[in-house]
Design a protein around this ligand. Sequence first.
Ligand code: C2E
Ligand code: CA
Ligand code: CA
Ligand code: CA
Length: 279
Amino acid sequence: AKEMGRDHYAFFTERMGNDIRARLAMQRQMRGAIARNEFEVHYQPQLCLRSGAMLGAEALLRWDNPVLGKVPPNLFIALAEEYGLITAIGEWVLDTVCAQIRDWQAAGLGSIKVAVNLSGKQFAQDRTVPFVEATLRKYGLDPSCLGIEITESTVMGDPDKAVAALTSLKDIGVSISLDDFGTGYSSLGYLKRFPIDVLKIDKSFVDDVTTSSSDAAIALSVISLAHNLHMRVIAEGVETREQVDFLTRHGCDEMQGYYFSRPLAVDAFTALLREQGPF
Ligand code: C2E
Ligand code: CA
Ligand code: CA
Ligand code: CA
């Protein structure tokens, strides 16, 4: 089913990219999507590799539109950036996630930590950091409940501004993860400049970590690099028992992937939280 999903997405992307009318349709649909309540946040567990305990989750946006069907996030996020809609959508995600954390706390499920992806376009705007602070205040949340995931491309546009924004987020207690690590250009330079708490080993290195000696070497280097810089490291896209064993054996801190769970809708994720007990 997973392979089918992937092919379906690839087909979608190709068709949208080539078809200007389809793109216009998507732009039109996207404009009203927040108001029509078509977006939904799913939550994918992030687990401690030593204990197996769930430490938190990554928030992943889903869009189900009556005309277009389920649109893959990689595609609609890129288009939302192009159409200038990403700020509104990104703010909706932050508000929704913070409201959800508050609800889980109110239900006695403890203070789960959720990481939200921030797009570069959103990040470049002066209003983003104050918006994060205001939203945490609005729901009475301790900032340590929130994480932000950025990629190198998120911060590449204006690195000085990004350093300032990330530093203010970190100062209030929001943690910062560097996503897709190893797939960009000047990773090491960024690591020195940005106040990063967590490195995420990209799925492309995790996929063949047990069969390719070069991918294994990269994964091990990322783990020791992170630890030497006093950062935590999380492997993403973990799908097999063998990958889990390898990563555990080599000191990776956390994992995320289909091996334990796909991203889950709120109800399913809440059920998982209940099973594991309060944080
Ligand atoms: P990402 O941040 O790198 O998220 C990880 C992607 O890998 C997610 O795809 C997730 O569903 C998928 N994944 C997790 N574990 C596995 C696994 O074991 N196997 C496989 N094959 N895939 C796995 P998704 O949900 O389709 O999101 C794609 C991208 O869209 C994200 O990549 C992120 O860049 C972007 N995105 C999603 N939600 C948001 C959002 O709220 N805001 C922004 N700005 N971007 C978002
Ligand atoms: Ca991410
Ligand atoms: Ca990633
Ligand atoms: Ca990615």
